[in-house]
Design a protein around this ligand. Structure first.
Ligand code: T3D
Length: 256
């Protein structure tokens, strides 16, 4: 697939997917949703972590409000275009970092929050902008946000649609960290490398376990842990991790 709305580059095991419609703060149109979905579903060989970021001064301004085709039937657009894109993020074969380089609004904010790790530059903001145009939050926001920050903050974010600063988002537990603008790129690269060099299957099992925890009681969750740990215990990465510890060297994880 030839990409028109995103850029995809790979270096040292890290794929960087850049939303690339800076003139519209990287608003999501149908083409961009399809390209994000395709790129994350068919990652190049050797990729062990993904960074999603935005070109220019914004991360993503959400649904492209000039895209008449998407506005005709919002339910269809969500089911047929947004859901596959979100599934490509939450089900990606490697860990995903959202590197929020500027404003993240509407579905653009919730696209970021669907990633495994969200790192934002301190000047970035998160806006549940939907009610400004008479909509409700979508793209997973009503599921992800209350679980991260609690019902009171989720309600406030969604009813008032005010910008939440990156620092506030980190303090609330909505994102992993807010970095000073000058340290942002280096900080993201460091985290992306850490994930690329880590035990991929263990990372994916952690993602699976945490997702399952929201619907489980303690007993059910212990069963999930036992199943996933049983699998990890048979992995080459576990053998390598223990071997490296005993030999007092850095482990070299290769599984994907
Ligand atoms: O299918 C469906 O529709 C259902 C799914 C819905 C999901 C959603 O995401 S609904 C929410 C959609 N998003 C928004 O409502 C946010 C709209 N944008 C804004 O509120 C503001 O642009 C921001 C707060 C994000 C940033 O403000 P600011 O002042 O930094 O920038 P700006 O001047 O407003 O925008 C810069 C340009 O980007 C501007 O174009 P221009 O005038 O320079 O030619 C603006 O029109 C364009 N732009 C920004 N957001 C969008 C957009 N163009 C199309 N769609 C956008 N969402």
């Amino acid at each position: 697939m030839t990409y028109e709305t995103i850029l995809l580059s790979v270096a040292e095991g890290v794929a960087t997917l850049t939303l690339n419609r800076p003139e519209a703060l990287n608003a999501l149109n149908g083409r961009m949703r399809a390209e994000i979905t395709a790129a994350l579903t068919h990652l190049p060989e050797g990729v062990r972590s993904v960074v999603i970021t935005g070109a220019g001064r914004g991360f993503c301004s959400g649904q492209d409000l000039t895209d008449a085709a998407s506005a005709i039937d919002l339910e269809r657009t969500l089911r047929e275009e947004y859901e596959p894109m979100l599934a490509a993020i939450t089900g990606c074969a490697v860990p995903v970092i959202a590197a929020v380089n500027g404003v993240a609004a509407g579905a653009g904010a919730n696209l970021a929050l669907a990633a495994d790790v969200v790192i934002a530059t301190e000047s970035a903001t998160f806006i549940q902008a939907f009610t400004r145009i008479g909509l409700i939050p979508d793209a997973g926001g009503t599921w992800i946000i209350p679980r991260a920050v609690g019902a009171a903050r989720a309600m406030g974010m969604m009813l008032f649609a005010e910008p939440v600063t990156a620092r506030q988002a980190a303090d609330w537990g909505l994102i992993w960290e807010a970095l000073p603008d000058d340290d942002f790129h280096a900080g993201v690269a460091r985290r992306a490398q850490a994930l690329a060099q880590g035990p991929t299957q263990a990372f994916l099992s952690i993602r699976e376990a945490l997702a399952a925890s929201f619907g489980n009681d303690m007993g059910e969750q212990l069963a999930v842990e036992a199943r996933l740990q049983g699998r990890a215990g048979h992995s080459a990465d576990f053998a390598e991790g223990v071997g490296a510890f005993l030999q007092k060297r850095k482990p070299v994880f290769r599984g994907r």
